[in-house]
Design a protein. Structure first.
Ligand code: SF4
Length: 276
């Protein structure tokens, strides 16, 4: 076999292997009530959801154990949730929302007004992961709707997307009291839902906003100021760490760096560079 043919064969094997691993992960994540044919078709059509071959980022790969363990809700027939609910726009996402239910798995349940599951397109190629709901999000039941959310929306639009085209979710789904940082036991109780959401959406690129999103997904406690702007990999998905919009509101001088990070994401997704 020629070297070129051998390389092509290796590439195909790698893609097929990744597709199989993704299907297994979906099954393990408990979103197997999606018709398998639909999932398989999605894996096939999503094959282009790999690194832009024209981009040459200095990627650092992190190998993660696939630990998401959402199980189908046996009471699904009487579910109060529908695919029209925020962040539930596919059978897989709806199954995860049903599993979350009116969750009391951690102590944040007692202080919430509304559980904030997620929002956006179920087939988004770009997914943002934040930390947890603030006061506005807690009241409205939607992530990133306060001042930091307005900044995030501006950033999304500047990247050439509409907010509705991307998917947005947080590490914890309920507001920590007084907007304190989420604690380890709360993240441990909640992170499997986020991981299942990522598996269900299957984005081409993840943007991790701030240190809690980065630490949760990459298990890396390096300060975000040293991680931002460097491509990483989460479960085969390209991941760009950058600053949280709330941090940017407090430190506007960092907006320039965050924008540089997002321009790398635009390039990865084939978006035209912003006009000078
Ligand atoms: Fe459940 Fe997550 Fe809310 Fe805790 S933060 S109660 S684990 S949904």
């Amino acid at each position: 076999m020629s070297k070129g043919a051998h390389d092509s064969r290796s590439e195909v094997d790698e893609i097929l292997g990744e597709a199989v691993r993704h299907l297994e992960w979906l099954r393990d994540a408990g979103v197997g009530d999606v018709p398998l044919s639909a999932v398989a078709g999605r894996a096939t059509t999503n094959t282009p959801r790999t690194a832009n071959t024209t981009a040459t980022p200095a990627a650092t790969t992190t190998t993660m154990t696939r630990t998401a363990t959402v199980t189908p809700n046996p009471a699904r027939g009487s579910s109060p949730y529908t695919q029209a609910d925020k962040g539930c726009g596919s059978p897989a996402l709806l199954a995860i929302r049903e599993e979350v239910g009116e969750c009391t798995r951690c102590k944040l349940a007692g202080g919430r007004t509304k559980l904030v599951f997620g929002v956006g397109s179920a087939s988004a190629e770009l997914m943002f992961v934040g930390e947890g709901p603030g006061a506005d999000e807690d009241l409205q039941g939607e992530p990133f709707v306060g001042k930091a959310g307005q900044l995030l929306t501006k950033m999304i639009v500047a990247m050439g997307f509409q907010r509705e085209e991307v998917y947005i979710a947080n590490v914890v789904k309920c507001r920590p009291p007084g907007n304190r940082d989420p604690e380890g036991d709360e993240i441990a109780a909640c992170e499997r839902f986020l991981k299942s959401q990522i598996a269900a959406v299957n984005p081409r690129v993840l943007v991790a906003l701030g240190r809690f999103a980065v630490q949760t997904l990459l298990r890396d406690t390096t300060p975000i100021s040293r991680q931002r702007g460097r491509w990483r990999t989460y479960e085969g998905v390209r991941l760009m760490p950058t600053f949280h919009p709330a941090y940017l509101l407090r430190n506007p001088a960092e907006k320039k760096n965050a924008w540089e990070d997002l321009q790398q994401v635009m390039k990865e997704l084939g978006k035209p560079p912003p006009a000078k």
